[in-house]
Design a protein around this ligand. Structure first.
Ligand code: ACO
Length: 431
């Protein structure tokens, strides 16, 4: 681990006591004060709602520089990975630390192929969900149910983790694709191991209703989109996976929780919310100024979806890649998507508006991805499922890293109590 400790560098004076602490320096020069013993020594906690200033772990998977707008996975630029790798290679890199050699890749692919099926009882389970269920609700609960299919213990099971990882990578797209089909009264399509990861998903979803030529174009774009979603260090859903894992809950419980966290519109659910917003603008005749005005109004809860990010103070580098993917996809498919024009005009107005500029609000990863999925004919309620498919690699990489971390402890934050102080009990008859 590339963590340098500078002993006794900082002191905090508090109520006549002095707390002296170490400075921790990461491999990219990021610094943090070691506050682990702060409460023991001073009696005070560090209050940080939303954890904007709290480091919950050290990690060697992804480096983000929110000021410069860059992402590197295991040292490699995201753009290089998106240009040169497929999703499974990136998943391997995130989880195991190195890009696979041809031999390692064949071994990994072999395991993927062995587990690339959805058994009859899992298909049957899916058939019982009401057809109107949101695909994210179905995905989260079916992933959690995998514990019942693949675990005797239902609790910590380190020994099977490799297999669990492969199962999650293979079953997630199949659950998503079969759920899409059975809702429309269509039969399960078993995957074809001659196809790549993204193409197999599209095949399992659309079957022969999409021509192989068209599917290949879509798969090329989707592999890139899965890669740009693959990891983003301690985001809300990944932190959730780590928090759940910290109780030694099993991998399906942890990932099921991560899917739930991703669903929210302030996180991965924003991709669906962006399309709803763009469709609304389109329906209203393209009145962009009205939307910008609402987003700036403090009395209105509306936010410009797909804009802003806790870490980025500049353009989200993933949004650049996503925009390029959308442009290429539309050209290759020979289709036009009016929502892309609306999105571009909206972006132009926002990034020149003082409200957004002064708050460092720029397009994030979700701003353009929905338009790509829409062009592929994927229904918008499934957009966040595609995010989950990509983020699966990151969740699993963090889970593996967390389990190997000797300093890990159960996640158990503290609070400052603000409720009623001690009072006498009043029996019900006297209340
Ligand atoms: N539209 C309008 N105003 C915004 C937006 C937005 N999209 N995002 C932030 N702001 C404003 C806030 O109102 C606040 O203004 P104030 O300082 O005058 O009170 C300021 O910018 C800071 O916002 P916070 O909510 O404190 O920023 P935080 O880091 O907590 O939130 C978040 C980040 C949740 C992403 C936020 O920018 C947002 O809600 N964006 C829209 C939803 C979205 O696109 N989410 C996807 C994020 S990417 C991902 O998770 C994969």
């Amino acid at each position: 681990m590339n963590l340098e400790t500078k002993k006794d560098v900082a002191t905090v004076e508090f109520q006549g006591k002095t707390y002296t602490t170490d400075l921790l320096v990461g491999s990219e020069g990021e610094v943090g004060l070691d506050m682990r013993d702060f409460r023991n020594q001073t009696g005070a906690i560090c209050l940080d709602p939303g954890f904007g200033n709290t480091g919950s772990c050290t990690s060697a998977i992804t480096f983000l520089d929110g000021e410069k707008g860059l992402i590197r996975h295991r040292g490699y630029k995201l753009q290089d990975l998106a240009d040169n790798c497929n999703y499974l290679e990136v998943a391997y890199l995130l989880m195991l630390g190195e890009l696979p050699t041809p031999y390692q890749y064949r071994q990994f692919l072999g395991k993927i192929h062995e587990n690339n099926f959805l058994g009859p009882s899992l298909q049957e389970l899916l058939n019982h969900y009401p057809t109107q269920s949101h695909p994210m609700a179905v995905l989260a609960s079916v992933v959690l149910s995998l514990t019942g299919f693949y675990s005797d213990l239902g609790v910590d099971k380190f020994y099977e983790l490799d297999l669990d990882v492969v199962r999650l990578l293979t079953k997630t797209p199949l659950i998503a694709a079969h759920n899409y089909r059975r809702k429309r009264g269509m039969k399960y399509i078993p995957p074809d191991n001659n196809l790549g990861y993204a193409e197999n998903f599209l095949y399992s979803m659309f079957g022969r209703s999409v021509s192989p030529e068209r599917r290949k174009i879509m798969a090329k774009a989707l592999e890139k989109l899965l890669i740009i979603h693959a990891d983003h260090e301690q985001n809300c859903s990944t932190s959730t996976v780590r928090v759940i894992s910290s109780s030694n809950a099993n991998v399906y419980a942890a990932v099921g929780g991560g899917i739930g966290a991703l669903w929210g519109p302030l996180h991965g659910g924003a991709n669906e919310a962006v399309i709803n917003m763009l469709e609304y603008i389109n329906m209203q005749g393209g009145d962009l100024e009205a939307v910008i005005k609402r987003a700036k109004d403090k009395n209105d809860e509306f936010r410009l979806m797909g804009f802003g990010h806790r870490v980025y103070k500049t353009y989200d580098p993933r949004a650049h890649i996503a925009k390029k993917v959308v442009d290429e996809l539309l050209e290759d498919l020979g289709v036009e998507e009016p929502l892309v024009d609306i999105a571009m005009k909206l972006e132009k107005i926002a990034i020149e508006d003082d409200y957004f500029v002064s708050r460092n609000l720029y397009p994030n990863v979700d701003f353009y991805t929905g338009t790509a999925y829409k062009a592929m004919g994927i229904p918008k309620e499934m957009f966040t499922v595609l995010f989950a498919m990509g983020r699966m690699a990151g969740w699993l990489a963090h889970l593996l890293e967390f389990r190997a971390d000797e300093s890990r402890r159960i996640s158990r934050p503290r609070q400052i109590y603000t409720g009623v102080t001690a009072r006498d009990f009043v029996p019900m008859t006297e209340r």
